[in-house]
Design a protein around this ligand. Structure first.
Ligand code: SF4
Ligand code: MG
Length: 442
């Protein structure tokens, strides 16, 4: 789960890039990079840590030019000391600099590397894309893009910066979101629309699956790279957990979608007689609002507060770090908890490290009962398309039944939103990926 943000042809491009990346910090917190361009030279700053800390005023002054390309990344096992795995990556195309930022995961990296047969500077799958552009360099980026992308399998939403043009591409399955908008005569490309809103962009549109959109002084040009008959595999988890509620993802408001999930969850998995409905903050908030809407299974009353100075546990690097963070992450409105039967709503159970601690705390504070409701089906399979879900061994639902999980988190009841219900809430249910829930990889 990464984020990309491109700025084409506007003053203070690097600063606007920081604003865009900062508003997508929920997607990755470990590495941030920006490459800018003044029409001739490219300038790069890439650092570990949060965006607002990683980029100093001095660095922004060094990022000259009217164009900038930014990327956020979380760490993976391939990272090692002394290896610059931070994006955007840089290379040479048509005798000039090229920079790319990639969100997603290629599934045919081994075959691509075998074919390229060259040393790699990073251990990123994204470097294959850069090297392929260098290999098939004809000087016509649209022609070469059609060739390069025909060789890729898996998931890619990309922004590519050349000295005089910026290019945005989504793979033909549309697996990851990518949108663009206009502000002050400049163009902005972003993984999530919340970042476009943050820079006051208007006329926001999705890059369509299999489409290449180029931005240049001549304006916007759209090219279809693939037949439209390709099956769409939009990541269903983007709307359930990853995206910010203020974003519109795959044409639907994330807040609205989550509220609808919550309403349905109450209909199919009620907890009649419960007093209050509280989310595990923040991502389950709108699901809990929806769950409490009918007031049949308790009223919405958030009693768990999140400390916003601790990062998301899901994307922390190691198990030890995760455990420490969960303890520091929440505080509890104890007077509203004592003597109450509580519905605890969460968006998903991944490792199952957070929920037992929260349930235990609610009981310690005098909750009469704790009914856990999950707004998505069990996460049983790892993601192969760029989401940092753990291996099967670490996924609790891969080796425990819902009843075993209920016991291990010490809840009075535990129910998940059935997959069929999730599918039916999706417009064109077959245009989404559910592989982490049903194992149907593509
Ligand atoms: Fe998204 Fe799950 Fe598919 Fe990965 S496997 S792309 S997380 S729906
Ligand atoms: Mg959560």
């Amino acid at each position: 789960m990464c984020a990309i943000f491109g700025v084409y042809h506007t003053r203070k491009a690097a600063e606007l890039c920081v604003i865009g990346l900062h508003s997508m910090q929920h997607r990755a917190i470990d590495f941030a990079g920006i490459v800018s361009n003044d029409g001739r030279h490219f300038y790069r700053e890439a650092h570990p840590g949060l965006v607002r800390i990683a980029f100093t005023a001095g660095m922004l002054e060094r990022l000259h030019g009217l164009d900038a390309l930014g990327h956020l990344r979380y760490p993976t096992v391939q990272d090692g000391p002394g290896r610059d795995n931070i994006q955007p990556l840089q290379g040479i195309y048509d005798g000039k600099p090229i920079s790319i930022a990639h969100n997603g995961n290629l599934t045919n990296v081994d075959a691509l590397k075998l074919d390229l047969n060259m040393p790699f500077a990073t251990s990123l799958d994204s470097e294959c894309i850069l090297r392929l552009f260098e290999k098939y360099d004809s000087g016509d980026i649209v022609v070469d893009a059609a060739k390069v992308f025909s060789l890729l399998e898996g998931s890619y939403a990309l922004c590519i910066m050349l000295p005089d043009v910026m290019i945005a591409v989504r793979d033909p399955t549309g697996n990851r979101p990518l949108s663009y908008g206009v502000s002050n005569g400049g163009y902005f490309v972003s993984s999530e629309t919340c970042a476009l809103t943050a820079v006051d962009a208007e006329g926001i549109e999705d890059i369509r699956p299999g489409e290449l959109v180029s931005f240049s002084v001549a304006g916007v040009a759209k090219h279809r790279l693939f037949e439209s008959s390709t099956t769409l595999k939009q990541c269903r988890f983007e709307s359930i957990y990853l995206g910010l509620p203020s974003s519109t993802i795959f044409g639907k408001s994330v807040a609205t979608f989550r509220r609808e999930l919550g309403i349905k969850l109450e209909e199919v998995c009620p907890a009649h007689g419960a007093d209050i409905v509280t989310p595990v903050p923040d991502s389950a908030m709108y699901m809990a609002v929806g769950y409490g809407e009918s007031q049949r299974s308790g009223v919405y009353m958030p009693v768990i507060l999140r400390n916003h100075y601790v990062g998301r546990t899901f994307i922390a690097a190691t198990q030890a770090k995760r455990d420490a963070e969960v303890v520091q992450k929440f505080s509890f409105a104890s007077d509203e908890i004592r003597g109450k039967s509580i519905v605890l709503v969460d968006d998903s159970i991944v490792r199952g490290t957070t929920l037992p601690k929260i349930v235990r705390k609610l009981r310690t504070l005098g909750a009469k009962a704790v009914h856990v409701r999950i707004g998505s089906p069990p996460t049983v399979y790892p993601c192969r398309y760029g989401i940092n879900t753990p291996t099967s061994e670490e996924l609790i639902a891969a080796h425990q039944t819902p009843e075993e999980i209920r016991m291990s988190i010490d809840a009075d009841s535990l129910e998940y939103l059935p997959l069929e219900v999730l599918r039916n809430l999706s417009p064109q249910p077959d245009s989404f990926c559910y592989a982490c829930m049903n194992g149907e990889y593509w």
